[in-house]
Ligand binder design. Structure first.
Ligand code: FEO
Length: 194
């Protein structure tokens, strides 16, 4: 993050991303921050409902979304742009049940994938191969994230879907607690290795 200092002492325009790339990346900063808040609010809802396994998974995932935000901020700054921190939309109302919770999370991840593809497309259009390369990390990450939520939906279906009993939902919850390593989560992550 010493780019600004370098830029000042050499006194020339060393900005290496266009305004359009800077803007789309800043929109992604906001999306990742909003995702962190959405996961956090669902984690609190799950904890309140007694689903501790789901809550732990979502709390950790919220941290992962924040790491994504930091990764984009660091890239913007290192390329001579300026990251922006803006007001965020409030998370949606609590889901009615686990099925709605997981379905909304899946929809959210798919929307985020579309947003990442937008960055890849723009980078390609501008022949900004550094940004294109940077965005590839997120393309791969989105595959993992969609898979994680699809897996949750599958597990819920196996537990009985709309007819799942309280017992089977609690069993699913405790399985998630025991098998939380299935998802590569935020506990060991940092900006370098989110
Ligand atoms: Fe940062 Fe869930 O994508």
């Amino acid at each position: 993050m010493y780019y600004r200092y370098r830029q000042r002492i050499i006194d020339m325009d060393t900005k290496r991303i266009s305004k359009t790339i800077e803007d789309i990346l800043n929109r992604q900063v906001r999306k990742e921050a909003e995702a962190a808040q959405i996961f956090l609010s669902y984690a609190i809802w799950a904890d309140d409902q007694g689903y501790e396994g789901v809550a732990n998974l979502l709390f950790r995932h919220s941290g992962e979304e924040r790491d994504h935000m930091m990764k984009v901020i660091e890239y913007i700054q290192n390329r001579g742009g300026k990251a922006k921190i803006t007001a965020l939309n409030a998370p949606p109302a609590d889901p009615k049940n686990l099925k709605e919770c997981f379905e909304r999370l899946f929809k959210h991840e798919v929307e985020n994938t579309t947003s990442i593809y937008g960055i890849v497309n723009l980078a390609q259009e501008e022949k900004d191969w550094a940004t294109w390369n940077f965005a590839q990390w997120f393309v791969k990450e989105q595959i993992e994230e969609e898979t994680l939520v699809m897996d949750l939906l599958d597990k819920l279906k196996i537990a009985g879907g709309p007819d799942a009993t309280d017992e089977s939902l609690l069993l699913l919850d405790s399985q998630l607690e025991q098998h939380n390593d299935e998802a590569d989560m935020a506990r060991d992550a940092d900006v370098e290795n989110p």
